[in-house]
Design a binder for this molecule. Structure first.
Ligand code: ADP
Ligand code: ZN
Length: 815
């Protein structure tokens, strides 16, 4: 009897591939182990074993595997099942899921480029083969694995390379090694003891003989009195002109305490804090959640901003950890969660593992292995959407925080999954519970709760009974007509900003666009410069004097004259965060302005630095895009201003209203969290818009009712499901004719439930012309059946030679 193995290759082909194995290999191999296999003429891939069996393939002669790469499975059976579900539901190949799911060091292949790790010290512990490879890499900086195989004259090189990776002797070229670690700024505060007048008097008396030290303490007082902000060590040194030794001496005497505002993320220490005692309302909510979990697998917690949801999560987490089970805590954007990590770390210490796509491959592999081995260091796993792929052995609870956030959805590349929905399936495999939390739940989730598919618990009070911020709508139509605007600021907003600054409070200003101004337009002929690769106007970035494409990254200097008419009359229209920042610098020259958007937060610690600066009150006014709405908690912000609410309301998307509501309520929630009631000012041309009215009264229920009515009327989710097909090709005529063919084939099955083919608002990106077709799947029809038909049609499409080169992307639940 011959033995075979079906493996998953990390490529976008639907089927599994069969290889032949020996009797001994059969006894050893298990699903979830890696094997090196030949593919095509000369390629080597790392593949994952899915099944060991004895059925000879009929269509082709099975090749032998090269070798086995693992001693035990690195992927669990539950993961394989989960990934199979993802591949089926989102209509992609298992190989595509594999690529997204595994850190690339796990998937070495002949094409992988290897370089020597510069920090590696040559040791005698290398084997001969290993030594040869390292030596070759001394001469040639980068080598594809194929070449290495030729150098050693061996086909079986992947285990050697895996060992070198483990020894940290080599790294993969795709890995951008970030050597930069955040420089932690040191702050100084006076020991609490000296809040006591007598103690302070004694201290000054004592220091009267140590002139320098006394000087340092006095300077501290004058700085602190003037700004009420935390005092940097550097600042104290500069103003007082004392030497570092003086400050050190004071710290040793425990007069000063030196501290940093944020602790580092990786080196978690022991837990330091006990849990906060829940308020009466939190306690009640916690009990309701537990009760709801008795009947439901998934529970939605609708709790207004600053109601203290996190503290409730903490109690639930603790409960599950005590049962010896793992908890997955999903967040929309890990880089924005330094505050949360800090908080959780105080409670759970080194039980926390953070999984982050910006971490180096080594760090990610470490987290992977810790989870796989059920290490104590990985009981509570915090991560963004891709952490649903981790090798959990025994999950007890998944928390999806801010479940309404669109960043849970992966749009490109496949698998185009929604982490919230995939998490629910994952939990099901583990018989774990799921908690969805949000102050502004997505319509789908609230609908599911209403349909009794999920449990629902509501928490309508802020912690400490701080009132929700007072939201004011500021009509700027009048302001512009009467020329009463100061740049982009209404009189009212200016008054409010000045009031807040006078009180030494901080301000957040929200503008939904980055850059200086979205478009440049010629005043003579009306033409605006376009991206040569995409069907879109270029955005002006003033600081660099550049026009930039936000879709493909193309950029060029701002031209002096209009390329269409030759007149020097290019003008800017609309406005973005960068322009607001510059205006603020002019209007408030004595205050520090900061900006948080994609352009200022690049790199691993980009966000970290800005959040830290704002938290330590180095920044008085922070301008930013929707990043500002994501779960940040600042205690000194009394005013949130929205510069223009209209452009998001008018966005051409069936969810524009829902999303605007969510965004505005969330940014408003950043005002006045800890102490007193905050203020929110929303500038708009249309203060009577129903969504804006609902934001002012925080009326989720009415928003939900009205929006759901519209979804019924116009047949949109959550009433039914949607699948979007995107076709792309350089040749417009080809794409067009392909789209027409596809529409006709789909029409036979789906009838009027298909929309299109249409050219999207931006119909060409990176020189690829785009056509989309939307399929609406009624809830009553079998979704699986519809997908099977769609898959068949896709196969026929791709069997037509002239259509084969057209990129065909399927996006299930494309919203
Ligand atoms: P949400 O996530 O609902 O917006 P948070 O959990 O961030 O709210 O809580 C808001 C603020 O209230 C935080 O600063 C938090 O530390 C504080 N807080 C919440 N619950 C408690 C509690 N039980 N005891 C003390 N402080 C609390
Ligand atoms: Zn472009």
């Amino acid at each position: 009897m011959n033995n075979f193995v079906n493996v998953i290759l990390p490529i976008p082909l639907q089927q599994l591939f069969t290889y032949s194995i020996t009797e001994a290999e059969k006894d050893f191999l298990e699903p979830g182990m890696r094997v090196a296999v030949p593919f095509g003429k000369s390629k080597i891939y790392t593949a994952i074993v899915a099944e060991v069996h004895q059925k000879e393939p009929t269509a082709y002669q099975a090749k032998d595997i090269f070798q086995i790469l693992d001693e035990y499975p690195i992927i669990t059976k539950k993961q394989l099942k989960h990934w199979q579900w993802i591949a089926n539901y989102y209509m992609c190949s298992l190989g595509e899921v594999l690529r997204s799911a595994l850190p690339s060091t796990f998937l070495l292949e002949s094409e992988t480029q290897v370089i020597k790790n510069k920090e590696f010290m040559l040791e005698s512990s290398l084997t001969d083969d290993e030594f040869l490879i390292i030596e070759a890499l001394e001469h040639q900086e980068v080598l594809p694995i194929q070449k290495i195989s030729a150098i050693l004259d061996k086909k079986r090189v992947l285990p050697i390379l895996n060992d070198l990776l483990k020894k940290k002797a080599i790294v993969l070229q795709e890995e951008i090694i970030e050597q930069y670690t955040p420089k932690l700024i040191k702050y100084i505060r006076l020991n609490e003891r000296y809040n006591d007048q007598k103690e302070l008097g004694d201290l000054l008396e004592e220091l009267s003989r140590a002139n320098q030290q006394r000087n340092a303490v006095m300077t501290y007082f004058s700085l602190h009195g003037a700004t009420k902000k935390p005092i940097k060590q550097k600042q104290l040194k500069e103003v007082s002109k004392v030497s570092p030794a003086v400050i050190k001496a004071l710290a040793e005497k425990e007069v000063f305490e030196i501290y940093t505002i944020q602790t580092d993320r990786v080196n978690f220490k022991e837990a330091t804090d006990s849990f906060k005692e829940l308020s009466e309302f939190q306690e009640e909510c916690y009990n309701e959640l537990n009760k709801s979990f008795e009947k439901n697998e998934v529970v939605l917690l609708h709790g207004i901003t600053s109601s203290g949801k996190t503290e409730i999560y903490v109690k639930l987490i603790d409960q599950v950890l005590k049962q010896g089970k793992q908890v997955l805590y999903l967040v929309p954007e890990i880089a924005l969660t330094t505050q949360l990590i800090d908080r959780l770390q105080k409670y759970f210490g080194n039980k926390i593992a953070v999984f982050h796509s910006k971490y180096s491959l080594n760090e990610r592999v470490e987290v992977w292995n810790n989870i796989l081995n059920k290490s104590d260091k990985a009981q509570l796993i915090l991560g963004a959407r891709s952490s649903i792929f981790l090798p959990f052995s025994e999950l007890g609870l998944i928390i999806v925080d801010e479940e309404h956030e669109t960043s849970y959805k992966q749009f490109d590349p496949a698998p185009r999954y929604h982490a919230r929905d995939a998490a629910i399936v994952l939990a099901n495999l583990h018989k774990a519970k799921v908690l969805l939390g949000s102050a502004t739940p997505s319509l789908e989730s609230y609908y599911n709760a209403e349909q009794k598919k999920y449990g629902l618990v509501e928490l309508n009070r802020r912690f400490g009974n701080v009132m929700l911020p007072e939201v004011e709508l500021v009509d700027i139509k009048e302001g512009y007509r009467k020329k009463r605007m100061t740049k982009h600021f209404s009189e009212r907003l200016m008054v409010l900003i000045n009031e807040a600054l006078d009180e030494k409070e901080q301000v957040i200003l929200f503008q939904n666009r980055r850059g200086f101004s979205p478009i440049v337009e010629c005043k003579s002929c009306g033409v605006s410069p376009q991206c040569p690769n995409c069907d879109v106007s270029l955005t002006y970035h003033k600081l660099r004097g550049e026009l930039k494409c936000h879709y493909c990254g193309y950029h060029k200097p701002l031209p002096k004259i209009c390329s269409a008419c030759g007149n020097p009359s290019l003008d800017t229209k609309g406005f973005g965060t960068e322009q607001i920042e510059l205006e603020l610098q002019e209007l408030f020259p004595n205050h520090k302005i900061g900006r948080m958007d994609l352009d200022t937060t690049r790199g691993k610690y980009g966000y970290h630095k800005i959040i830290e600066a704002f938290q330590s009150r180095e920044i008085d006014i922070l301008v930013g895009t929707q990043m500002l709405s994501k779960g940040l908690d600042f205690d000194n912000v009394s005013l949130v201003g929205v510069l223009n609410a209209d452009n998001m309301l008018n966005f051409p998307d069936f969810r524009a209203h829902e999303k605007s509501f969510q965004l505005l309520v969330q940014v408003s929630g950043r005002a006045g969290r800890a102490k007193k009631r905050g203020k929110v000012a929303i500038q708009t041309f249309n203060p009577y818009h129903q969504i804006l009215q609902q934001v002012t009264t925080n009326d989720y229920a009415t928003m939900y009712k009205e929006q759901l009515y519209e979804r019924h009327q116009y047949k949109y989710p959550p009433i039914l499901r949607m699948v979007k097909i995107t076709l792309k090709h350089r040749d417009y005529i080809k794409v067009n004719s392909g789209a027409d063919w596809l529409y006709k084939s789909l029409y036979n099955t789906f009838g009027t439930n298909i929309l299109g083919p249409t050219s999207p608002a931006i119909s060409r990106i990176r020189n690829q012309h785009i056509k989309t077709i939307l399929i609406k799947l009624p809830q009553d029809k079998s979704i699986n059946l519809s997908k099977a038909v769609l898959q068949k049609i896709k196969n026929s499409f791709q069997s037509i030679p002239s259509y084969r080169p057209i990129r065909f992307n399927v996006d299930v639940d494309n919203y």
